[in-house]
Design a protein around this ligand. Structure first.
Ligand code: C5P
Length: 228
């Protein structure tokens, strides 16, 4: 796989037309887009279908968390739309039902481990009195055992997950900042090259591209940096 194919651009833009202009400006460089709750609330399925229609891959990042029947039905719906990656949160049963619903389709279900904006104090507040790495590993193990394709985790846990869970795990990492870049709200981040070296399969990159003065040039620089 070429370096550029490993970048998933997070289209965290509110206006569908602004998002579409971004996609057009990145044509030929980026072909995988993450649609999160912000864009989904305004662009909805139409945006997802437009991206797929243009030949792009779509990561629908709505972090499904609901009773297993509802999650399974929503996963089936996303699979029928042609979505490639989708995030699910929850216990083993929720993850299992999501994995089952995607079986036999091109959709890969990813378990959410621990958001990159959380550190040990934050997860303690949520009721997990352990190190972030322990919770990430535990949740990734459950996701794999439940039949999910992989997980979303910070690049700081990528090496641990690769070592403990092997090459089959599909590992997608946000929290990517080019060397010297502003970390924003990420508490657990790394550069593109570090994330890849640690074993990430795909890098989710939003602000460093979509907020750049020249998004196309920024994306090209990041892709170049990935090969260093
Ligand atoms: O910061 P950036 O736009 O590159 O983030 C990419 C994605 O990472 C976001 O769309 C969001 O889903 C996720 N994120 C996160 N924790 C943060 C900030 C963003 O997990 N602190």
């Amino acid at each position: 796989m070429e370096a550029g194919e490993k970048v998933i651009c997070a289209l965290d833009l509110e206006e569908p037309e602004t998002a579409w202009a971004m996609v057009e400006s990145l044509e030929g460089i980026i072909s995988f887009y993450k649609v999160g709750m912000l864009l989904f609330l305004t662009g909805g399925n139409e945006m997802v279908q437009r991206l797929i229609g243009r030949g792009h891959r779509v990561f629908l990042d709505l972090k499904f968390y609901d009773v297993p029947d509802t999650v399974a039905a929503a996963v089936r719906r996303a699979a029928s739309l042609g979505v490639n990656f989708l995030t699910v949160h929850g216990n083993k049963e929720i993850l299992e039902r999501a994995g089952e619903a995607a079986a036999g389709t091109a959709l890969k279900v990813l378990g959410v481990t621990v958001l990159t904006s959380l550190d040990r104090t934050d997860i303690g507040e949520l009721g997990f009195p352990c190190r972030v790495e322990e919770l990430v590993l535990q949740r990734a193990q459950w996701a794999l055992e439940a039949g999910c394709a992989g997980v979303v985790a910070s690049p700081q846990e990528a090496a641990l997950l690769r070592r403990e869970l092997g090459p089959e795990l599909l590992l997608v990492t946000p929290g990517i900042r080019p060397a010297g870049g502003d970390l924003g709200t990420h508490k657990r981040a790394a550069t593109p090259a570090q994330a890849l070296q640690a074993g990430a399969d795909y890098l989710v990159i939003g602000q460093p591209i979509i907020r750049a003065e020249d998004p196309r040039a920024a994306a090209a620089r990041i892709i170049e940096e990935m090969s260093l």
